[in-house]
Design a protein around this ligand. Structure first.
Ligand code: PLP
Length: 468
């Protein structure tokens, strides 16, 4: 395998006398403004530096090394995040106007892909526990039977909170029916890279797997990978969509960052993941005596990097946990859930950071009193669809007061974070129960997106105009 690493080549260029009469406009000049110090390896496609959209030199070498590391047949670097991987995967797997089965808890890039490609969507709901996210093989089998014309299934595993599905069984069910399995593993770039970590969706038989190396490995924001294997996917079509959805000026700094991040795993992966696992064990062990806060263990949360700091009592919410850690302990969490705050840890954390987290959890626990249950089971019903998403999102819309919305058709998404399941998708109908539920979530201070709160506190919903 070729040994050229992108960063080495960029540094050689920086140190050479080759003068840049090309983009980018900063010309690698250290007097090009306050950010100039970050720009000395930032170039465009020039001779000998390959081209992401038609890789045959050092970028292809780097992609091949990544494929080998993950055990993929083909891997592409993504500089527009997992977002462009999702758009490309769905566009390649399902023909325009075709049918896609998707878990309802998917990232918005999936809904954007369905909109752009005018797809018809059939949904699978994640299993109903206090933490939503796992997709059961039986629900996949049932939904495939009801949708014989589906061309692909799209699911997220692991989820934001670190919940994994049984990809092996789901892949077998899909492949019996000739259906492509796309797994959004944006949060699982580290999976499969060490025997002590969960297996990757790729190892478990998915056809296309997308992962954000910037989320859980040491790569720069916006970097990701798309892997493909097997005979189900038309790879030429996938490459075409990658060329469509990725910038025509892909950043060499971002590509070097992906390559360097994976090089670090090749060279020091064992050490990096030992540190992650040791941090995880320490956090679980040293907070085991807490009575009001608990951290679900790895039987529930398969990803060791996701530390859910959960309220065991009704007297503190996830948002309060988040706020206390930020304001009083200067610890910035990834997000707040209804009954938990989510901390992401990696092998690149520091002992000092983890010590501070453990101490803060123990302190917070002492300040709380009383016990309760960790969270209630949520159920989500999918509203009746009248129009497909791609038509409804383009329809003429108006805003109506929430009290007048029953029976009207949604013109935009309303999302509840977490768990990130759209409560309603454009083209679906509001009913009284859903409207009451939305009101309750807002009153409880939860993060509901897609409801306009007017200055007088009135709540307005975007609906399709009646005559549309
Ligand atoms: C499940 C999931 N998929 C895809 C994405 C998009 O990833 P990126 O931000 O790398 O474009 C995200 C981002 O948060 C995500 O959570």
């Amino acid at each position: 395998m070729a040994k050229k690493h992108i960063l080495d080549e960029l540094q050689n260029l920086r140190d050479s006398d080759l003068y840049p009469l090309h983009m980018p406009g900063h010309k690698r000049n250290k007097n090009a403004g306050p950010m100039a110090g970050y720009m000395d390896i930032d170039i465009t496609e020039i001779d000998d530096y390959d081209n992401l959209h038609d890789a045959e030199g050092m970028i292809l070498d780097a992609e091949k090394r990544a494929a080998k590391l993950y055990g993929a047949e083909e891997t592409h670097f993504l500089v527009n995040g997992s977002t462009c991987g999702v758009l490309s995967a769905v566009s390649a797997a399902v023909s325009k106007g075709g049918k896609l089965i998707t878990a309802r808890n998917c990232h918005k890039s999936l809904y954007n892909a369905a909109y752009l490609r005018e797809l018809s969507l059939s949904y699978i709901m994640p299993e109903c526990t206090w933490l939503l996210g796992r997709i059961s093989p039986s629900s996949v089998r049932e939904t495939l039977l009801q949708n014989e014309d589906a061309q692909a299934l799209f699911i997220t595993s692991p989820t934001y909170e670190g919940i994994s599905s049984d990809i092996r069984s789901i892949a077998d069910i899909c492949h019996e029916k000739g259906v492509i399995l796309i797994v959004d593993s944006a949060h699982g770039a580290h999976f499969g890279l060490d025997d002590r970590l969960p297996k990757s969706a790729l190892n478990e038989g998915a056809d296309i797997v997308i992962c954000s190396v910037h989320k859980t490995l040491a790569s720069m924001t916006q970097t990701a990978l798309i892997h493909v294997q097997g005979d189900f996917v038309n790879r030429e079509r996938l490459r075409r969509y990658l060329r469509i959805y990725q910038s025509s000026s892909p950043s060499y700094v971002l590509m070097a960052s992906i390559d360097s991040c994976l090089r670090d795993i090749e060279e020091r992966g064992e050490e990096v993941f030992s540190r992650l696992l040791a941090y995880r064990t320490r956090i679980e062990k040293e907070t085991a005596g807490c009575r009001n806060i608990f951290i679900p263990d790895m039987n529930e949360i398969t990803d060791p990097g996701k530390v859910l700091i959960c309220s065991a009592s009704a007297n503190i919410t996830g948002q309060q946990i988040y706020d206390i850690l930020r304001l009083e302990y200067h610890l910035q969490l990834e997000m707040a859930g209804d009954t938990y705050g989510l901390a992401i840890i990696t092998g690149y954390d520091t002992d000092e950071g983890i010590d501070r987290l453990i101490q803060a959890i123990k302190d917070m626990d002492l300040r709380l009193a009383g016990k309760g249950n960790p969270g209630e089971y949520k159920t989500f019903n999918i509203p009746r669809a009248v129009f497909p998403l791609y038509k409804a999102w383009d329809a003429d819309c108006e805003y109506v007061d929430i009290s007048a919305a029953a029976g009207r058709i949604a013109g935009d998404f309303i999302n509840l974070y977490p768990p990130g399941i759209p409560l309603i998708v454009p083209g679906e109908t509001f009913d009284k129960d859903l409207i009451a539920e939305i009101g309750e979530y807002i009153n409880a201070g939860m993060n509901v997106q897609g409801v306009e709160i007017a200055h007088a506190g009135d709540r307005r919903l975007k609906v399709i105009k009646s005559e549309s």
